[in-house]
Design a protein around this ligand. Structure first.
Ligand SMILES: *Cc1c(COP(=O)(O)O)cnc(C)c1O
Length: 424
């Protein structure tokens, strides 16, 4: 287990993350006794002495090692800010990570992290499909910087990807494996432990890093570091923020890796602001309650959809069958099926659109993980720029609807879907 601050334990036993979301990493005495962490809406911080300022900069710029127990002093809000520091401490608890860095968006977290560890000539192996912004970064931006990018389909065998890398003479140049699991919108799983094993097989002197975008199931239902990943990434805009009112991102991993990520975050200025940090602190207090309610409701909704005559297929982790190879991965890697469901209506785009236009309680919008349920049409919305042939290969059909289940009463969600399906 990653080392925690003393308040993370009670009589020597580690407290559970949900018990620490109201207190961990915050000292009321430093803020006039305020029970809640105030918003430190300030760009810069006064040093108590010139010597302090010098010491803070020595650490911030890596000019010397930290002395035992020495903390990085506050300098300037592009480097550090109390709202972000408290938030980062709390975020480490869910994934049992040594360190975290918070960003202005999920894309800021992903791009800053990849740019930290990639160099011209490197090869990245990545699962497909990935989030649209990540897809653009991998296929349009990284190649401009001399990085070769090779994709493999989520749910397909990694052995094939390994052979392809070896055949093309790219295996020795592999620097990073990027995985999004479950895949959006199909919920196809990638085996994280298998990716870590592949990284160990192909690495030479330099470690091949495994980075997992854990936005869909984390930080509650999947813990990639425990399965051998080096880095965990989040769009905190989704479940972590959870109220569809903030854009933010997170990167978690070892202290050694996160120190490097933070340097580039400071240089690129991709950190989140103090108000975003404060909103996310508030969100974290109810994270487990929200994600548990969403997961439980999704089970009911998925069961209803699976039984409906106008639904031809449901893609939901809670309905994987034991004879499906994906089932074993789910059992090893996931703690619950989460709150995301994709399903196909009988028919095609017109039928899917009729359903979406008839929904009353469920909003028609992209994004996910918020308290309100959202439905969208991947083929023409979130995945509209995926090559049509590839889209078909990935199983993103014109009849598919993606549903993010919120915290409404499940019977009300089912009633809304039922009346909308009646119009299909
Ligand atoms: C939304 C999302 C992102 C991008 O996050 P932003 O906060 O919108 O920048 C990345 N990955 C996944 C899986 C997402 O759902």
């Amino acid at each position: 287990m990653a080392e925690r601050k003393p308040e993370g334990y009670l009589e020597g036993q580690p407290l559970r993350p949900e018990s620490l979301m109201m207190s961990y990493g915050y000292k009321p005495a430093l803020s006039e006794g305020a029970i809640k962490c105030p918003i430190f809406q300030t760009s810069t911080f006064a040093f108590q002495s010139a010597e302090d300022g010098k010491a803070f900069f020595e650490l911030a710029y890596g000019l010397r090692r930290r002395r035992p127990g020495e903390e990085l002093g506050l300098i300037y809000s592009r480097l550090n800010n109390p709202d972000l520091e408290v938030l980062e401490d709390r975020l480490t608890l869910w994934d049992d990570a040594e360190a975290a860095a918070v960003f202005a968006s999920g894309m800021a977290a992903i791009s800053t992290t990849l740019l930290t560890f990639l160099r011209p000539g490197d090869v990245v192996l990545h699962s497909e499909p990935v989030y649209g912004g990540t897809d653009y970064l991998l296929k349009q931006v990284l190649p401009r910087l001399g990085v070769r990018v090779v994709g493999f389909r989520a749910g397909s065998s990694l052995a094939e990807a390994e052979q392809q890398l070896r055949r093309q003479g790219l295996a020795e140049k592999l620097a990073l494996i990027f995985v999004e699991t479950p895949a959006n919108p199909t919920n196809a799983l990638v085996d994280i432990a298998e990716c870590a094993a592949l990284a160990r097989r192909l690495e030479g002197e330099r470690r091949v890093l495994v980075a997992v975008d854990n936005t869909f199931l984390g930080p509650l239902w999947q813990h990639p570091l425990a399965h051998g990943a080096d880095l965990v990434l989040y769009s905190a805009t989704k479940y972590i923020g959870g109220h569809s009112d903030v854009i933010a991102g997170v990167c978690l991993g070892s202290k050694e890796l996160l120190e490097q990520v933070r340097v580039l975050r400071t240089i690129l200025g991709t950190m989140a602001g103090p108000h975003t940090g404060w909103l996310l602190l508030r969100s974290l207090e109810t994270l487990k309650l929200r994600m548990t309610a969403q997961m439980k409701s999704a089970r009911h909704v998925a069961e209803f959809l699976a039984d409906h005559p106008k639904v031809s297929r449901v893609h939901y982790l809670g309905q994987l069958q034991p004879d499906d190879p994906q089932y074993a991965i789910y059992q090893r890697q996931c703690l619950a099926p989460g709150g995301m469901i994709a399903f196909e209506v009988v028919g095609g785009e017109p039928e899917a659109f009729r359903l979406l236009n008839a929904l009353r309680l469920i909003h028609l919008a992209v994004s996910l993980g918020g308290t309100e349920s959202l439905a969208e049409h991947p083929a023409t919305m979130t995945h509209a720029d995926v090559d049509p042939e590839e889209r078909a290969e990935l199983g993103i059909t014109p009849a598919m609807v993606r549903l993010s289940v919120g915290v409404e009463h499940p019977e009300d969600l089912i009633a809304d879907l039922n009346q909308a399906l009646a119009r299909v």
